[in-house]
Design a protein around this ligand. Structure first.
Ligand code: KE4
Length: 432
């Protein structure tokens, strides 16, 4: 692999200078601005498998993978074929198409807690709609979320949010009304005592608890044993809906929701990223008795011009078909092997670093602490994180440009990628 030249980002810089004139911050999503790691964004030109090439023809092994959407790798041939074929038959009809039913069945078969589904265009739409549905179904207003979890940029969930909101120090965004914030209760991830007290005391007012079953938006943080089961028990007992935001975890750990690995059935599930195979497609679903509250059957309104778009649905179907027979155990063990080797490098170099890994996603926290919630995630030295990011980038390894994000391995990453990444890590650590 041609190493990324430390200085050769000439065209990226030119494109960025032009972009900032007309796109706020030069980007269409804040975390892409790479401000947290102190570099100007690298403009990408193309990708294939585990590799991407920037506009200066620098090549990288990619671990951002479109923020987790590309578990099959960039430009998977079956997905590209499906998109080409579908788009040639018409981009959008604003009318139902058969494949929406086919994909809905595939999701419900893979995620049994979902008896019915509604397609939307982004994870934000999925969680926003699930919250509205929960409020309509229960007649209650409040929701409980966990600090550092990110569920998209809908008002009621941009309270102590993770991902880009945490990255740029706006976990509580401007523009959210006091009334909205009042209806959002927050407690620490993995703090079941606090969650239990809040749910018990507020049960008559709380519509739903929404949680990332495996957190990825404060960096990767695993649920502690019993946390999710206790949440399920508490919400069931107090007739509060439990929403699993599986926009990242859906089809990441296994073919289906990570919920099946925990043996937990939430009332509603939100999906995105992987189910669209890189196209704008997300979904939410759950038991019929809840989903049928949605218009046109019920009185909870939600709509979308391009919802269930035939081109995006074709990509999703092709992606799920490819995933159905893939060896997730191998994917997860390959990731574990790479992360373990890098942890050993950090330990030998005496750089304080905790690598949190869940399945095929992982985060480097530059701290000696066990990272179990947002408070401990923030104990990471983000300046060292930024230096590590830059050193890896200079060697052709593209990692998440923010401490409060995850890195993603994919079925396209190879043993050669692992070896090159580990060697780059050893060199980078020496330069920290
Ligand atoms: P989108 O609206 O960005 O498609 O999905 C929102 C969302 C919902 N739930 C979870 C668990 C998510 O991780 C996300 C979005 N993820 C971030 C990356 N961690 C999107 C990247 C970005 O904002 O550019």
């Amino acid at each position: 692999m041609a190493r990324a030249n430390r200085n050769l980002h000439t065209r990226s810089r030119k494109f960025y200078a032009e972009a900032v004139q007309v796109l706020v911050g030069g980007v269409n999503s804040p975390v892409r601005a790479c401000k947290a790691v102190g570099v100007d964004p690298v403009f990408m030109a193309q990708g294939a498998g585990s590799r991407i090439v920037d506009v200066d023809r620098n090549r990288y092994i990619d671990f951002c993978m479109s923020w987790g959407a590309l578990i099959l790798g960039h430009a998977h041939p079956a997905v590209v074929r499906a998109v080409k074929g579908a788009s040639a038959r018409g981009m959008s009809f604003g009318a139902p198409t058969e494949n929406e039913t086919v994909l809905a069945h595939a999701l419900c078969d893979a995620v049994p807690s979902m008896q019915k589904v509604r397609f939307v265009n982004s994870g934000t739409e999925a969680t926003m709609s699930a919250i509205r549905l929960a409020r309509g179904f229960t007649g209650r207003d409040k929701i409980l979320k966990f600090e550092g979890c990110y569920h998209g940029h809908t008002d009621s969930l941009l309270v102590k949010a993770g991902s880009g909101a945490a990255t740029y120090g706006v976990p509580d965004s401007l523009g959210i009304t006091a009334g909205t914030s009042r209806d959002t209760i927050v407690c620490a991830y993995n703090d079941i005592d606090a969650a239990s007290r809040i749910i018990r005391e507020g049960r008559s007012k709380i519509a739903a608890v929404i949680v990332e079953p495996v957190a990825a938006n404060m960096g990767v943080i695993l649920p502690e044993p019993g946390f999710l089961a206790a949440l399920r028990e508490l919400t069931r007992r107090h007739r509060v809906l439990l929403i699993f935001d599986e926009v990242i975890s859906g089809f990441r750990f296994t073919y289906g929701g990570v919920q099946s690995l925990f043996g937990i059935e939430p009332d509603l599930t939100c999906l995105g990223k992987i189910i669209g195979a890189g196209m704008p497609l997300a979904a939410y679903g759950g038991r019929k008795e809840i989903m049928d509250y949605l218009s046109p059957l019920g009185k909870v309104y939600q709509a979308g011009t391009l919802s269930g778009n035939p081109v995006a649905v074709a990509a999703g179907l092709a992606g799920l078909k490819e995933l159905k027979n893939r060896d997730y155990a191998q994917l997860n063990s390959d990731t574990a092997e790479m992360c373990q080797t890098m942890e050993d490098i950090f330990r030998r170099s005496r750089v304080p670093c905790t690598v949190n890994r869940a399945g095929s996603m992982f985060t480097f926290f530059f701290t000696n602490k066990r990272v179990r919630d947002y408070a401990t995630a923030k104990s990471s030295d983000t300046k060292v994180y930024a230096r590590f990011f830059k050193e890896m980038l200079a060697q052709g390894i593209y990692t998440a440009p923010s401490q409060f994000e995850a890195n993603f391995f994919s079925f396209a990453h190879t043993g050669k990628d692992i070896r090159e990444t580990v060697m780059a890590c050893a060199r980078a650590v020496r330069r920290l």
